[in-house]
Ligand binder design. Structure first.
Ligand code: SAH
Length: 221
């Protein structure tokens, strides 16, 4: 393996070990997924050396790829299982979607919506390079009210911050399914998990977080 590849692989292992010790990664399933997905393929060339630092990185168009610990928290919190049908809102680089694709396996599928066309195009290239293109479908458009075409979803994962939980997202959940969404103001939010039980929706607050805003019809104007 060329030296750069070896260094990055070593850095990935160190990062995942850090995430495990810090309590962000709690299951073997998520540990294996974070070890499997090469984050360097999802960050712009000039940021590549920082691929395994535990913070968000600029991906252009004023957007960021989430910090690895946030991806770990969200993938653990989604209750990953084989074969799930997942909607991601805020596809960005495609990294988070790939980690989800890893934990749900080849029988599951991720539909990942991104509103900024060039980012969606880059995400498709990244997913292709990383080998997840067949498990992740990138959709371009406003996903703030979800994407009814492929509903119901077992899980919905929103990677941008909403002013409140959009009703259409609840409606697109399968019975027993759950939705992860950061809700709050522009600078700090709470990560909520909304679980559907028939017509009832239980809400849990999983703690503070910071995301870029969810724009669009059911998000911020
Ligand atoms: N999960 C991504 C990081 C997401 S950053 C990753 O792993 O890289 C949040 C993304 O949400 C940004 O790319 C932003 O353009 C997108 N976004 C914001 N509002 C949106 C909307 N209404 N529909 C779809 N994407 C949206």
């Amino acid at each position: 393996m060329p030296t750069e590849g070896r260094i990055l692989l070593e850095a990935r292992r160190e990062l995942v070990e850090h995430l495990r010790r810090s309590g962000y990664v709690t299951t073997r399933l998520v540990e294996a997924a974070m070890l499997a997905v090469p984050r360097e393929l999802f960050v712009p060339e000039h940021n590549r050396p920082a691929s395994y630092a535990d913070h968000p990185l600029d991906i252009g168009h004023g957007q960021t790829i989430s910090a690895p610990h946030m991806v770990a928290i969200m993938v653990e919190a989604m209750g990953p299982r084989d074969g799930l049908r997942v909607l991601e809102v805020g596809g960005g680089s495609g990294y988070h979607a790939s980690v989800i694709a890893e934990v749900i396996g080849p029988r599951g599928h991720v539909w990942s919506v991104e509103r900024i066309e060039p980012l969606a195009a880059a995400a498709r290239r990244n997913l292709e390079a990383a080998g997840y293109a067949d498990r992740v479908t990138v959709l371009v458009g406003d996903g703030s009210c979800g994407w009814p075409e492929h509903a119901p979803y077992d899980r919905i994962s929103v990677a941008c911050a909403a002013p409140s939980v959009p009703d259409p997202l609840r409606a697109e959940l399968a019975d027993g399914g759950s939705l992860l969404i950061p809700v709050g103001g522009p600078y700090v939010q709470e990560l909520l998990r909304v679980t559907r039980r028939g017509d009832r929706f239980d809400v849990e607050d999983l703690g503070g977080c910071v995301f870029v805003p969810l724009r669009g019809r059911c998000g911020h104007s």
